[in-house]
Design a protein around this ligand. Structure first.
Ligand code: AHM
Ligand code: MG
Length: 281
């Protein structure tokens, strides 16, 4: 898995450079979820594809920006599912964005994720890497290298609350639950980039990130293979919890299509328990 980690370190620097220097406009294509692609989305995707073509342990790539699976001609054991530039529409207002990677062995489902990583492109570049069964490790870029900072551990209870989706389309039980958190002193922290939003909750000791089912998006917005399952591994490995709106662990999701989405909740154990009570799950 070292070769995968090294490739992620390298693409992180290349994508950061593209964010800082390249054109912000739209490309003339759409991704498989029918969303317009920015030139930066396409470019970040290509940076990852080109680099991973020479990682022999990776036999296939599945990108949020492309339909289908790209198979390499090697005997690799892993499939890399990735979102090359999550939250890319925030680049033009100069907010933090990220890349997310899930490394799967065998069928593409939650139970088969063996490691995941994400990179935050903010005032600094940070990388979090986790292997199943171990704690997530935070790295920070210094010059052209990542230095290990330490393990990430969530507190049992936090103070931050981040919920996505348009409030107008929230279900009543979700609205009541979120109102209840604020009534109990939680602070709103939501930038619209799941990587920095989930990163903030992890590093500030805890809280809750939700992307619920809404009346306009009954299966939520966030994609299982590229976004939801990789972060579920990070949160559970940091001592927290990650479930869907039925109370099922996100690490038990079995997507029927690579671009399937799921309602998702990531947080400290206390907030996830409160959610289960409020949702009756
Ligand atoms: P993207 O993959 O097209 O960038 O969309 C994912 C982003 C997440 O980073 C973020 O949590 C969510 O979309 C925000 O959506 P909303 O504006 O509906 O809250
Ligand atoms: Mg995304």
């Amino acid at each position: 898995m070292k070769d995968i980690f090294k490739a992620i370190e390298e693409v992180a620097f290349s994508i950061d450079s593209a964010i800082k220097n390249e054109d912000l406009g739209y490309s003339d294509s759409e991704n498989s979820s029918g969303e317009e692609q920015l030139k930066l989305d396409v470019q970040s995707d290509k940076i990852i594809e080109d680099r991973f073509a020479s990682v022999s342990s990776v036999k296939a790539l599945v990108s949020e920006e492309k339909e289908g699976v790209l198979e390499f001609d090697n005997d690799g054991e892993y499939t890399l599912c990735y979102d090359p530039l999550d939250g890319s529409s925030l680049v033009d207002v100069n907010l933090s964005v990220g890349s997310i990677f899930g490394i799967y062995k065998g069928e593409l489902k939650g139970d088969n994720i063996v490691a995941s990583a994400y990179v935050v492109y903010g005032p600094r570049i940070e990388l979090v890497w986790v292997e199943k069964g171990k704690a997530p490790i935070l790295y920070r870029a210094k010059g052209r290298e990542f230095k290990e900072i330490g393990e990430i551990k969530l507190n049992p209870k936090g103070k931050l609350n981040a919920s996505g989706g348009t409030q107008q389309h929230w279900e009543a039980k979700h609205k009541a639950f979120i109102d209840g958190l604020f009534a109990n002193g939680y602070r709103l922290r939501y930038s619209g980039g799941m990587v920095p939003d989930l990163h903030q909750i992890l590093l500030k000791g805890g809280g809750l990130f939700s992307y619920p089912a809404t009346t306009d998006k009954p299966n939520g917005k966030l994609r299982q293979l590229f976004e939801v399952i990789p972060f579920a591994l990070v949160y559970e490995s940091a001592g927290g919890s990650a479930i869907d709106d039925k109370g099922k662990r996100l690490l038990e999701l079995v997507p029927s299509h690579p671009h399937d989405t799921s309602p998702c909740f990531f947080g400290s154990n206390s907030e996830i328990e409160a959610l289960q009570v409020a949702y009756g799950i």
